[in-house]
Design a protein around this ligand. Structure first.
Ligand code: SF4
Ligand code: SF4
Length: 378
């Protein structure tokens, strides 16, 4: 039977100290997406930290319910930027999850299903490996040696290859050289790290790194924020950039010229990985500002204070994830936006499903789709 506790030795001294930094002031409550949705103390940053302290002090038992409170944290880090004591809840929660898994604690059902799909077919959607590259032009399905690898990521490859095709057309117009891992690409490992599945993640990361080395890759560019975060945190020896950083530079250098007007009032959605984790705030806005006709507006809470779309909850409870994103869609509509522009494929998918599930008629687009509209026919 799985051990039902967590000790300071399991968590490590740094994270244990983090748990004791919390002054219980409550400054983090109103920015936490799961607290906004439920109003439950156990589902806010302060509550989660207190639950961990209860475990460390043997006052609480590691029940399935307590475990689920730890697994409903989105890792959005909105609490961190609002915390006067500097409690890094995302890191603390990730370490707690890894410690739980190392002790044999079972995952919640949804996350166990995702783990199993990643172990079986190397993508969180559970789709056949062959589908990853089936939509690519034949010449891009197999890797070749090149300095720049365009790493598509699972969300674009399996759930949104329309955007993937758009990206390829934009890069073709720019005349730049790159390769894809294509049939050989597999998940970057980020979803596994998030649920504490360290060993499986490390094996996946090592296989991807070996492929990058085999094909002489020095620079990885990807449209997925989670992938960039994973490359920067867990991969060594490669430069990594988000696609919007590359495209914004290509526009500045005149290799991409948006000319056709796209008459839309657009609000840019700062995803948590794009923003707080990677600090990529300006490049997507530079692209949108370069498109004639776009009126760019801002959320009341934007950049480092941007609010989570709930995407990381998809594997735990898709309805909860949709309910969080519906709030972000409603806030965009209140600002008078006609289109929400996202640069993270998980945010894109979750904002779309939240808008649809709540019956809100607002257009959600990837930044690349808006850019391509301005290039068509050139
Ligand atoms: S990281 Fe996000 S979801 Fe997790 S406790 Fe902090 S604000 Fe809430
Ligand atoms: S803001 Fe920081 S110190 Fe205050 S309750 Fe939240 S986690 Fe604790």
């Amino acid at each position: 039977m799985a051990p039902k506790t967590l000790t300071a030795a399991d968590l490590g001294p740094k994270e244990t100290d983090q748990a004791y930094l919390c002054a219980k002031c409550g400054m983090c409550l109103q920015v936490c997406p799961t607290y906004q949705l439920t109003g439950r103390e156990a589902m806010c940053p302060r509550g989660r930290v207190q639950l961990l302290r209860g475990l460390l002090e043997s006052r609480l038992e590691l029940t399935d319910n307590l475990r689920d409170m730890i697994y409903t944290c989105c890792g959005c880090n909105a609490c961190y930027v609002n915390c006067p004591s500097g409690v890094d809840v995302e890191k603390l929660i990730n370490e707690a999850r890894a410690a739980m898994r190392a002790k044999g604690v079972e995952l919640p059902a949804g996350q166990e299903a995702m783990r199993s799909r990643l172990a079986d077919v190397s993508n969180p959607f559970g789709l056949d490996r062959a589908e990853r590259a089936a939509w690519l032009p034949p010449e891009l399905r197999k890797p070749r040696t090149a300095e720049t690898c365009l790493f598509m990521g699972c969300s674009i490859s399996f759930a949104n290859n329309k955007t993937g095709k758009t990206i390829l057309r934009i890069l073709e117009k720019a005349g730049v050289d790159f390769m894809l891992l294509g049939e050989e690409e597999e998940c970057c490992g980020d979803p596994l790290v998030r649920i504490g599945e360290t060993q499986l993640a490390e094996a996946m990361i090592e296989r991807n790194q070996a492929r990058f080395r085999r094909y002489g890759v020095r620079r990885i560019v990807t449209p997925c924020a989670g992938c960039v975060k994973s490359f920067r945190r867990h991969y060594g020896g490669f430069e990594s950039r988000h696609l919007v950083e590359w495209i914004a530079d290509l526009i500045d250098e005149g290799q991409i010229k948006p000319r056709k007007p796209v008459g839309r009032k657009v609000i840019y959605f700062d995803g948590c990985d794009m923003g707080r984790q990677l600090g990529i705030y300006e490049p997507p806005r530079r692209i949108l500002r370069a498109i004639p006709g776009i009126e760019l507006i801002e959320y009341d809470k934007s950049r480092e204070f941007g609010q989570c779309c709930g995407g990381p909850l998809i594997s735990y409870d898709p309805e909860m994830a949709s309910a969080v994103s519906a709030q972000r869609v409603a806030e965009a509509a209140e600002k008078g936006a006609e289109t929400i522009a996202a640069a993270c494929p998980t945010c894109f998918l979750n904002l779309r499903s939240g808008g649809q599930a709540s019956g809100q008629r607002i257009d959600v687009q990837d930044v690349m789709a808006l850019l391509y509209r301005s290039l068509k026919g050139d």
